[in-house]
Design a protein around this ligand. Structure first.
Ligand code: CUA
Length: 343
């Protein structure tokens, strides 16, 4: 069965009475995209191996216990010729010993292998040569701070993490408000982002592709629309992405009205655009159009979605912290025509 994260998000948005906003096209999402058994990263592979071991042991116990039950029911069922109840047995030392010792061994094996897997999955420090990225959870979006191509340079972006294939990625995590949890099942298990208590996780994407995830700790009304998107690309493509993200925004003359409108209105209080405004409450918009989705995954990144979003974010993502500024269609149009130049 095909399960589409974005379709679900779009369904809930349309349920709230939105205009039709295009859901992310060209991303065939199947159940496999969030499947822990389709791991593409060493820690996710360890989790997959543990999951199979647990399933095998529990499955074996299930078959043995149910088999014994069915055998007993068939073999010892009451028969017409039986004059009275069979002889009742009270207490059996060998059986008591067996059902005490066997579960102890099973629990011991499961506990030890789980502890070993936790040790393999969690790290106290960054793997050698890792790309060290800062992740900050916000209601309801993800902030990423990726090291730039030169020392001291940082690329600030949102919701979409671009990483090189084959290189370890070390995520240093914190939260700006409540507890969130970063979970991209094909890359690693869940890691909570706790206010005032830094945490970390890591992964190495072994193949190129888009890996999806979901905030995995209930964090308020739009928890379900706090989607994760990791795009793993070849090293050369990553360098190109980074170089492009380091470019200053271009002030195109034909959208100067929209730019002025954006900077005059409350937009600039919350959003940053390198060199023009430095609001820190919402996502940085410096290279907005280089991202594939809008609103942490509720819609595709295009002019149509931006128009609906700016007109009233509450229709697409009810409860989100961005208000409707009650702009006229012309004002929204001006701002959108400016934003779409932020490539
Ligand atoms: Cu953030 Cu749930």
């Amino acid at each position: 069965m095909a399960v589409s994260v974005f379709s679900l998000a779009c369904l809930s948005a349309s349920g709230a009475g939105t205009d039709a906003v295009a859901c992310v096209p060209g991303t065939p999402l199947t159940a496999g995209d969030l499947n822990i058994f389709h791991s593409v990263s060493p820690p996710a592979a360890k989790i997959r191996e543990l999951a199979w071991l647990v399933i095998a042991i529990c499955g074996g116990i299930f078959v043995l216990v149910e088999g014994a039950l069915v055998y007993a029911i068939v073999k010892f069922r009451a028969r017409r010729a039986d004059a009275e109840e069979p002889r009742q047995v009270f207490g059996s030392t060998p059986i008591e010993m067996a059902w005490t010792i066997i579960p102890l061994i099973v629990v011991f094996v499961l506990a030890l292998t789980t502890v070993r897997t936790i040790g393999e999955v969690q790290r106290t420090e960054a793997p050698a040569g890792a790309l060290e990225v800062e992740v900050i959870g916000h209601q309801w979006w993800w902030e990423y701070r990726v090291p730039g191509s030169t020392a001291g340079r940082t690329i600030v972006t949102a919701n979409e993490l671009v990483v090189p294939v084959g290189r370890p990625v070390w995520l240093r995590m914190s939260s700006a408000d409540v507890i969130h949890s970063w979970w991209v099942p094909r890359l690693n298990g869940k890691t909570d982002l706790v206010p005032g208590h830094p945490s970390n996780t890591w992964f190495t994407a072994e193949s190129a592709g888009v890996f999806l995830g979901q905030c995995a700790e209930y964090c308020g009304t739009q928890h379900a629309n706090m989607l994760l998107r990791v795009r793993a690309v070849e090293a050369r493509e990553f360098d190109a992405w980074r170089a492009q993200q380091e470019q200053p925004p271009v002030a195109a003359a034909e959208v100067s009205a929209g730019r002025a409108r954006f900077l005059d209105l409350a937009c600039a209080n919350c959003h940053a655009i390198d060199g023009w405004c430095d609001g820190a409450f919402g996502p940085s918009l410096t290279h907005l159009m280089s991202r594939e989705t809008l609103g942490a995954g509720v819609a595709s990144m295009d002019a149509e979605s931006l128009r609906a979003w700016i007109d009233d974010p509450q229709r697409l993502k009810p409860g989100c912290n961005m208000p409707s500024l009650k702009l006229s269609d012309a004002e929204v149009g001006e701002i959108v025509s400016f934003l779409v130049t932020l490539k």
